[in-house]
Design a protein around this ligand. Structure first.
Ligand code: URA
Length: 445
């Protein structure tokens, strides 16, 4: 087989057979196919897509590039959640300890920042000492003892996704349904789960910007999960403004800790974040047979915040994975960025919209994400929103504060963030956060 011919076949809109896909994937993880040829192939997929059989073969081959962890010795129904990626999306950091505190074992393999979106792994690694590259025995040991474990793709688990994910991040080849499906489902099917909840984001801060595209992605993911014998529910959730108030790795950990400690009310800037988190974790409890319904699961999750058990579970998880729990207990002890810049409103009115894509791109410029494959993340860098969509604002009120050590990006970031805020004379209607539910029976409200 010849790599150039396969790239050309896809470029011309042909569909590749299982052996052809295997040749590309195994050649790439063995370093026999270089990044520049894989980039060309990924771009051809971006433009020409894959048919359903190809998408299924691609996912299976991505999964078979590594091991599937056997968690059958761990009692309980193991349930995970995965998001298709958003801005300020720190749901996993809150949901995993919450679901585990309610008795659902949560084995979670996450990714790094991708495109304009953040990644759970980069967020976890902003906690001093936190290890995400565990061996399989360590992974099993921690889920058995703690009830949750959060790691990244490794040499053993989903290695093809580890390598291809990093390449997609810097070659503008993320927004493609079969590539997203192969990436997400290879990780999820490898981790030893029994059931899966998917958060398929839709809107300007998501990889799928329209509801139709998001439904198509959700159906593809649910079909793959169901086809592999895992009960799978997808929620289409709103990503038309950053979720919660913080964007940037440590800043998002800090916001999550405040949410887990129950320090935030229902009317503050984290209420959209908690609405999505409770819905998804409620569904995890339902699938894990720890709740009679999603609503019952939501109630139990709320209780795990008010009784402190979810926060305690986070501390246990951080400690089990080598992290410094003093940094979590004492968030103020974390190092500060050299520059912190406040952006103020120049007008009076209501926040009509905060463009999450622009905020995500500003975060990358500040150092919170990568522009090249080997860029090093600055865990302190990022943005804290002081106003959210629908809030009233007066001239001179703070809209956001950003943090960075990079003096050279300040003026560009200031403009990007200011431009991301749209101020209008009338208060906009509140948009629903949960738009649709997709499962094996179809799409419902
Ligand atoms: N999350 C993933 O794990 N992979 C993608 O391609 C997009 C979101």
């Amino acid at each position: 087989m010849n790599t150039v011919e396969l790239i050309r076949k896809k470029r011309e809109g042909g569909s590749l057979g299982e052996n052809e896909l295997r040749y590309l994937i195994t050649g790439y993880i063995r370093d026999e196919i270089p990044d520049y040829q894989m980039s060309a192939f990924l771009m051809a997929c971006y433009f020409k897509g894959m048919n359903p059989e190809e998408t299924l073969s691609f996912t299976r081959l991505m999964l078979e590039s590594g091991e599937t962890v056997d968690l059958s010795e761990i009692s309980g129904i193991k349930v995970d959640k995965h998001s298709t990626g958003g801005v300020g999306d720190k749901v996993s950091l809150i949901l995993a300890p919450m679901a585990a505190a309610c008795g659902v074992p949560v084995p979670m393999i996450s990714g790094r920042g991708l495109g304009h979106t953040g990644g759970t792994l980069d967020k976890l690694e902003s906690i001093p000492g936190f290890r995400t590259n565990l061996t399989i025995p360590e992974y099993k040991h921690i889920i058995r003892d703690t009830g949750a474990v959060m790691i990244g793709q490794t040499k053993e688990i989903a290695p093809a996704d580890k390598k291809m994910y990093a390449l997609r991040d810097v070659t503008a080849t993320v927004e493609c349904i079969p590539l997203i499906a192969g990436s997400i489902m290879s990780k999820k099917l490898a981790e030893g789960i029994d059931a899966l909840v998917l958060d398929v984001k839709t809107g300007r801060g998501a990889f799928m910007r329209t509801l139709d595209q998001s439904i198509q992605l959700a159906k593809t993911l649910v079909d793959i999960g169901t086809g592999f014998g895992k009960e799978t529910i997808g929620f289409i959730t709103n990503m038309n403004q950053p979720l919660g108030s913080a964007v940037g790795n440590w800043l998002e950990v800090a916001e999550s800790v405040h949410c887990l400690r129950g320090e935030l009310g229902s009317n503050d800037s984290s209420s959209d974040l908690m609405e999505v988190t409770y819905t998804l974790s409620g569904a995890m409890l339902f699938l894990g047979k720890k709740a009679k319904s999603i609503e019952d699961g939501i109630e139990k999750c709320r209780k795990s915040i008010s009784d402190g058990s979810a926060y305690k579970k986070l501390l246990d998880l951080v400690q089990a994975q080598g992290g410094n729990i003093e940094a979590i207990k004492n968030l103020e002890s974390y190092p500060l960025s050299e520059f912190s810049i406040e952006i103020k409103s120049s007008e009076q009115g209501f926040i009509g919209n905060i463009d999450p894509f622009e905020i995500g791109m500003a975060g990358i410029l500040l150092g919170a994400g990568r522009q090249k494959i080997d860029d090093v993340i600055d865990p302190k860098a990022g943005i804290v929103l002081k106003k959210k969509t629908g809030d009233a604002v007066n001239a001179g009120d703070p809209l956001a504060i950003f943090y960075t050590d990079r003096e050279e990006v300040i003026s560009e970031v200031r403009k990007r963030i200011s431009d991301a805020f749209k101020i209008q004379p009338v208060q906009p209607q509140r948009q629903p956060m949960i738009l649709k539910i997709v499962d094996k029976d179809g799409v419902r409200k």
